[in-house]
Design a protein around this ligand. Structure first.
Ligand code: C2E
Ligand code: MG
Ligand code: MG
Length: 744
């Protein structure tokens, strides 16, 4: 080809020289032209052309050589700057060419390799020498071979080399040339190693899934699944551990065409372990190129514990841990939802407090108390079923909300609740008769919001307590609450005192053994001209709240003492008159002075007056001790009313100057209501007698109760069985009659 091209060039030059020399001869020496033979012109032209041609060839050769040198230099520069070395061995002529890059790779001088052709082998890291054998085997059969091995440089540094060798054989099959390209791959190897150990040692699960099969999984991953080794998991379908909905979802998301490159998707799902246990995991998934194919890479962790604690926290925020019932928070949310979503319907809030639960806690301990509360929760749910939501507010208080009800359906549920408590709660070998007092407020009549409804149901609950416990009461305006009514009532009360609508009734107290009257309790009555008889439980709390109890209480004390004085003068001498005193009255600084002055004015002996205080006074023990001691020094008698329903415990009453304790009617009721009856009464009597208190039982209605009480050493009793509270006139007659009896 080259020859053909150069021949063509030569012929062209020749023709050109010929034509020029002919033309030049003709122009310059026309005569001569004819005299010289044409062959001579041809010869001249041939020489000229030959010289020219040679000149051109030389010039071209020179240029080419220069270009070659230049590009060789460029190549050399490139190879010298790269961490690459080329080793080329012409076996036929036994010439070896090594590029200087080898110095950078191996740290030895180029000459060292020429001097010792085996130097490259000698510096291989001993553990990697095995690759040589493999290499030689491949080369021997004419295969290209790429090996990776470590070398030790003269300064002791270890580097990774990738060595790609290409053997060349001639047509006869003789090994004629061997070339090899050597790279320093230390950085790549190090980062590969780093990533590999990161993946392997990661406490997070790392796995690669291709075509639904697990292609790779790290140690954390296979352990999470419950496998003992990678091999146990690799190759398995991901669906063996994760539901197909999840695997499909991950696949669709990760490979969606609209996806942003390298976008990561987060999932939370359950993994089924080999042992069948489900665990919660959170995973991030994305597509990666794995061994040349697009696969799904997942990275995640076990969040079972976190989920559990989240659930516990959530549970604790909205549920009562003891009973499992919704707590105050959830109740509030629920009630607010009901009021918002069904604002045109009637709803009921039932505030429930257990009667005398404190006694169980005090006498049997908190763990028994807790068991009782759990049973109570169960019974409430049983009674309410799916007609409402039962919640525990704390202590022995529960609130129930009934949706879309009327007064009748509410009463029905309240009765069902009371029924649930008609049989004892058994804890271990003990049986407890726990009863509830329930206050009911209705939406919208008793309040338009959660707060008012609860407050009014609470007020109504106190009314239920006042009315002998174990019953339910609907909220009424007299229960307190609405301020305008309070003001009205307050005015009424003031007027009532002026207009003698208020009077005292008297209920006698008896020695249970001798049947002799040993005391009389003064009880207030209000006969309203418009509304008729208003029970003290309806207006006393209001009078206490407004402070009106202070003047009212003074009036009661004076009235009772005057009455007592009159009876004394009439010859009924042996008993004190008991007057109920509210806590609020004790807060009046002049209270003690008032009693002292009043007794003087009325000319009544101080021990003819007995003050009935409630256990709530004990809440401020320090203060009440001072006041009670002052009263005691006046000489008045002191008794604790409704004992067992409030805060006091017998043990600290003994430090106070108390003469009597009045066992609350609800305990006395227990004597006949239930089979293990009277356990509480018996306990209170025993402890009271031991502590040298006079024990009096209130609300006695049957002979059976009297017998039980006398059998158990209770000295005094009061109740309908003997006499209802009577007007002053009737009481006087009663006293006369009784006096006659005892004189007989
Ligand atoms: P309390 O002091 O515990 O009075 C006993 C209540 O039980 C009285 O109700 C009485 O009528 C009633 N009762 C007595 N025996 C029986 C019985 O056998 N069966 C039944 N079912 N009930 C019986 P009342 O008079 O309605 O008084 C209720 C509460 O109002 C009193 O409870 C007391 O806490 C308060 N109270 C009454 N009068 C006064 C007063 O003058 N001043 C103050 N501060 N509070 C008073
Ligand atoms: Mg009383
Ligand atoms: Mg009482």
């Amino acid at each position: 080809m080259i020859i053909k091209r150069n021949l063509n060039r030569f012929l062209l030059i020749l023709i050109f020289c010929l034509l020029i020399s002919l033309e030049a001869a003709d122009l310059l020496l026309p005569n001569l032209f004819h005299s010289i033979k044409i062959t001579s012109y041809v010869t001249i032209a041939i020489y000229t052309a030959a010289i020219w041609f040679l000149f051109l060839l030389t010039k071209e050769f020179y240029q080419k050589t220069k270009e070659l040198q230049k590009s060789q230099q460029r190549m050399k520069n490139i190879f010298d700057t790269l961490d690459v070395a080329i080793w080329s061995h012409d076996l036929k002529n036994d010439t070896l060419l090594i590029t200087p890059g080898i110095e950078k790779l191996y740290g030895y001088k180029l000459e060292n390799f020429y001097e010792n052709n085996n130097l490259w082998k000698e510096v291989i890291y001993p553990e990697d020498l095995y690759v040589l054998e493999e290499r030689e085997q491949k080369i021997a059969i004419g295969e290209n071979v790429t090996s990776q091995y470590r070398i030790i440089r003269p300064d002791g540094e270890v580097r990774w080399i990738q060595d790609s060798g290409i053997p060349t054989f001639d047509s006869k099959g003789d090994f004629v040339d061997f070339s090899s390209v050597l790279f320093d791959i230390t950085d790549r190897k190090e980062s590969e190693g780093l990533y590999q150990s990161l993946v392997e040692m990661s406490p997070d699960i790392i796995a690669v899934v291709y075509d639904g099969k697990i292609e790779y999984i790290n140690e954390a991953g296979f352990k999470l699944i419950g496998a003992e080794s990678q091999e146990q998991v690799i190759g398995q379908s991901a669906k063996n551990f994760v539901s197909s909905q999840i695997t499909d979802l991950i696949k669709t998301k990760v490979f969606s065409t609209a996806k942003v490159e390298n976008e990561r998707y987060n999932f939370e799902f359950q993994v089924r372990r080999i042992d069948g246990v489900n665990i919660d995991v959170e995973m991030a998934a994305r597509s990666i190129l794995y061994e040349g194919r697009f696969a799904v890479q997942v990275v995640g962790r076990d969040i079972t514990q976190r989920k559990k604690s989240e659930q516990t926290i959530k549970f604790m925020a909205y549920y009562d841990t003891l009973t499992g019932l919704p707590n105050r928070n959830q109740f509030k949310n629920h009630l607010n939802d009901v009021l918002r979503q069904q604002e045109n319907k009637m709803h009921a809030v039932l505030f429930l407090d257990l009667d005398r639960f404190k006694i169980i806690n005090d006498t049997k301990g908190h763990s028994v108390g807790d068991h009782v509360l759990q049973r109570v929760a169960g019974r409430l749910q049983e009674a309410v079923q799916n007609e409402g939501l039962v919640s525990r507010q704390g202590g022995d208080e529960f609130i129930i909300v009934l949706e879309d009800v009327n007064k009748d359906t509410t009463s029905r549920v309240a009765n069902r609740i009371l029924n649930e408590f008609s049989y004892p709660i058994e804890v271990g070998n003990d049986e407890f008769y726990v009863t509830p007092s329930i206050g009911v407020s209705l939406y919208p009549s008793d309040g338009g919001d959660e707060e008012t409804l609860i407050k009014n149901a609470d007020t109504a609950m106190y009314q239920a307590k006042e009315r002998g416990k174990n019953n339910y009461q609907f909220y009424s305006i007299f229960s307190g609450g609405i301020s305008t009514w309070k003001m009205k009532l307050e005015n009424w009360l003031r007027r009532a005192m002026e207009q003698n609508q208020i009077m005292l009734y008297y209920q006698p107290q008896f020695d249970l053994v001798t049947g002799k009257i040993v005391g009389v309790e003064a009880l207030i009555r209000w006969n309203h001209p418009e509304y008729g008889y208003i029970a003290p439980s309806e207006f006393i709390p209001l009078a206490e709240e407004t402070g009106l109890i202070v003047p009212l209480g003074k009036w009661i004390l004076r009235e009772a003492c005057e009455r007592r004085k009159a009876w004394k003068d009439a010859g009924f001498s042996d008993f004190p008159i008991a007057v109920n005193v509210s806590v609020r009255q004790f807060q009046d600084e002049q209270f003690i002075q008032y009693i002292a002055d009043m007794l003087k004015e009325v000319e009544l002996e101080s021990n003819d007056l007995e003050l009935e205080i409630t256990e709530s006074l004990m809440q401020n023990l320090e203060n009440s001790t001072i006041i009670l001691n002052q009263l005691k020094s006046l000489g008045v008698l002191l008794s604790v009313d409704d004992f067992g329903t409030g805060y006091s415990s017998l043990s600290y009453l003994k430090h106070l100057p108390i003469d009597k304790i009045k066992i609350d009617k609800s305990f006395v009721d227990d004597i006949i209501n239930h089979s293990n009856q009277g356990m509480m009464v018996k306990t209170i009597i025993d402890m009271g007698v031991n502590l040298k208190f006079t024990v009096i039982a209130e609300g006695i209605e049957t002979e059976e109760q009297v017998k039980f009480l006398t059998r158990n050493a209770c000295q005094i009793g009061q109740g309908y069985y003997y006499s209802k509270p009577l007007s002053a006139e009737k009481m006087e007659k009663f006293l006369l009659k009784e006096k006659g009896k005892t004189q007989l």
